[in-house]
Design a protein around this ligand. Structure first.
Ligand SMILES: *[C@@H]1O[C@H](CO)[C@@H](O)[C@H](O)[C@H]1NC(C)=O
Ligand SMILES: *[C@@H]1O[C@H](CO)[C@@H](O)[C@H](O)[C@H]1NC(C)=O
Ligand SMILES: *[C@@H]1O[C@H](CO)[C@@H](O)[C@H](O)[C@H]1NC(C)=O
Ligand SMILES: *[C@@H]1O[C@H](CO)[C@@H](O)[C@H](O)[C@H]1NC(C)=O
Length: 549
């Protein structure tokens, strides 16, 4: 009895550490750089059949699920002339709730911002920054403060010096939110020379708990603001709660977050234009001109000539965007095993020793849950092989155009072989854009991530392999907001998929198809925002969208 309790506590502790570190993992759509990452380069189309660079570690299982992949390949070859399942490219219909975006329609008196100035220095990748900015907008209104245009901290992971104005349109941001709060480009001169740390106006994210309640800001931050006229938040990732928020504040705090995330933050023309070009090429120059296009491409939107939306929808130019979150940091951090033999174990262990020292220490000193246990618990990121099996089981035919986001896949081209072999029409931003088109973005991981954001947000179907990823979460929220029920997102239930794939030695393709379709269908349905969940991910709620009857 005692032993079991100890194990339960240890496993619980492990998950806690795991969760904590995962939430600190920089996630920006997979544009991490590092010498360990293999760039999936412009030759992605020509790699099928490349042999693994992983040597034969003892009994190394180079390709996971060899048998299943063969079955999938066979099914796809047979399915060339078969129609795809009817609801494959659609969101499940929920007749009782139709929602449209309406955070833009709002009339109230703008806060004058007389209590002082808030400066936000956001950390992390582009997605974390986006959440920080919109939370800061809500906090500025809460405290009747003037917001200084946010700036971004340089991160040694991202190595990107882009500032707000390199990614988002400053004028639009200031003007759009004029109706809500006052925003200035810089601190007034008399405040610029202050030593903020010395006067107690520097607030780091260690001093604010995650998802802090509004009352925390009123009680702890407002007095500093009133006394010093300025507060600088250093970090500020995810520092404002989604729930519970007192009823009288609930409406405006959530509304402001939506106005900021879905309306005020517009990519700069350079990103809009290249994003439009990218998507036009995947769509083979067939225009859609949906709401989301206008939002993403601005003046670069190509208007559709098709009379009816139905005509566009059955067009062969539609595409699936796949966010493959399988970089080495993710693989190492998960503590799972991905079939790469002893070489893989050593490689990931070495990576942990450098980048996740706390986890490495735990690994040495404690008996941690086994990779098999983690897999069965749904704790392992989907591998490219599992992703391709899922897509094939759902019924996407071999000709499907796939836009792949996230480019430093662990294991490189050999790990991608199954995907490129089964779905030859696979493209990335690197091979859709010419070197001179993508060149200006190359040294800026955040701007590259913005292009991936556009490629995924505008897709007819978006599929993710890790439901905890902030990139995937923001993209799916965007699609929910602007997609008016027509832009489905496929989220894996990793635990159930692991159970299905664990029967890899015996399961038949038909049964696998049925089971995968069933689990995906349940998770495809767009829900009203569940309590305490992110409004950026789940905008379906009355502060953000309007329900049509
Ligand atoms: C902000 O201004 C509003 C309206 O003038 C007022 O009701 C509210 O109490 C003020 N809040 C703070 C924190 O000053
Ligand atoms: C874990 O153990 C290995 C070998 O025993 C050692 O090289 C490494 O430094 C240890 N790591 C930590 C974090 O203690
Ligand atoms: C990117 O940065 C590297 C080194 O910092 C530099 O040599 C290269 O010219 C830059 N490339 C572009 C396209 O700016
Ligand atoms: C099933 O998967 C496991 C884990 O990847 C692997 O060890 C086993 O060989 C696979 N079996 C078949 C028949 O592919």
């Amino acid at each position: 009895m005692r032993g079991i309790a100890v194990i339960v506590v240890l496993v619980g502790f492990f998950f806690l550490v795991n969760w904590w570190m995962l939430s600190n993992l920089q996630d920006g759509g997979g544009n991490l750089r590092g010498k360990d990452r293999v760039v999936l380069n412009r030759t992605v189309r020509s790699v099928p059949g490349v042999r693994s660079k992983f040597p034969k570690g003892k009994k190394a299982q180079r390709v996971m699920y060899g048998r299943l992949l063969a079955l999938a390949s066979h099914a796809l070859a047979e399915g060339v002339n078969k129609p795809e399942p009817k609801d494959l490219w659609m969101e499940p219909v929920n007749h009782r709730s139709r929602w449209t975006p309406c955070a833009d329609q709002f009339n109230w008196k703008a806060s004058e911002g007389n209590n002082g100035y808030i400066v936000v220095s956001a950390n992390g990748g582009i997605n974390q920054q986006r959440v920080a900015i919109c939370n800061a907008v809500a906090v500025a209104r809460l405290l009747n403060a003037t917001l200084v245009l946010p700036n971004f901290l340089y991160s040694s992971v991202w190595k990107d010096e882009s500032q707000f104005g390199d990614i988002y349109q400053e004028e639009h941001f200031v003007n759009y939110l004029k109706a809500d709060i006052r925003i200035v480009k810089e601190l007034p001169e008399e405040l610029q020379s202050l030593d903020l740390e010395a006067i107690g106006s520097l607030v780091t994210d260690e001093e604010i708990m995650k998802e802090a309640k509004p009352s925390f800001y009123l009680k702890n931050i407002l007095p500093i603001l009133l006394q010093n006229r300025v507060v600088r938040f250093l970090g500020f990732g995810n520092r404002l709660a989604f729930d519970p928020i007192p009823a009288q504040l609930q409406f405006f705090i959530q509304k402001l977050r939506c106005r900021c995330n879905f309306h005020a933050l517009q990519f700069v023309p350079k990103i809009q234009e290249t994003g439009a070009l990218l998507v036009q090429r995947i769509r083979q120059h067939t225009a859609r001109s949906w709401l989301i296009d206008h939002n993403l491409f601005g003046p670069f939107t190509v208007e559709s000539k098709a009379k009816r939306e139905k005509d566009i929808r059955k067009d062969a130019s539609r595409y699936l965007a796949l966010h493959l979150r399988f970089e080495i940091d993710m693989a190492a951090h998960s503590m799972c095993y991905f079939g790469g033999g002893e070489k893989e174990r050593e490689e990931l262990k070495a990576y942990r020793a450098i980048h996740f020292p706390a986890l490495a220490l735990l690994e040495n000193t404690t008996k941690l849950p086994s990779p098999e246990f983690l897999r069965s618990e749904g704790r392992c990121p989907l591998t490219p092989e599992e992703a391709v099996l899922t897509i094939a089981a759902l019924g996407f035919n071999r000709g499907t155009h796939i836009y792949l986001a996230g480019s430093h896949i662990y294991g490189g081209n050999s790990r991608m072989a199954a995907l490129t072999r089964l779905y030859p029409n696979l493209v990335t931003k690197e091979n859709l854009l010419s070197p001179s088109e993508i060149g200006p973005f190359m040294n800026f991981s955040s701007q590259l991530a913005a292009l991936d954001f556009i490629g995924c947000a505008a897709a007819d179907v978006f599929a993710m392999t890790d439901s905890g990823s902030q990139f995937a979460s923001l993209v799916s929220g965007y699609r929910m907001y602007y997609g008016v029920g027509k832009l489905p997102t496929i989220r894996p239930n990793q635990r159930r998929l692991a159970d299905i794939f664990s029967r890899n030695a015996t399961i038949g393709w038909k049964v696998l198809e049925l089971r995968v379709r069933k689990t995906v269908k349940e998770y495809k349905l767009a829900h009203v925002r569940p309590i305490a969940r992110s409004i950026y991910r789940h905008p379906r709620c009355q502060q953000c969208m309007c329900k049509l009857d």
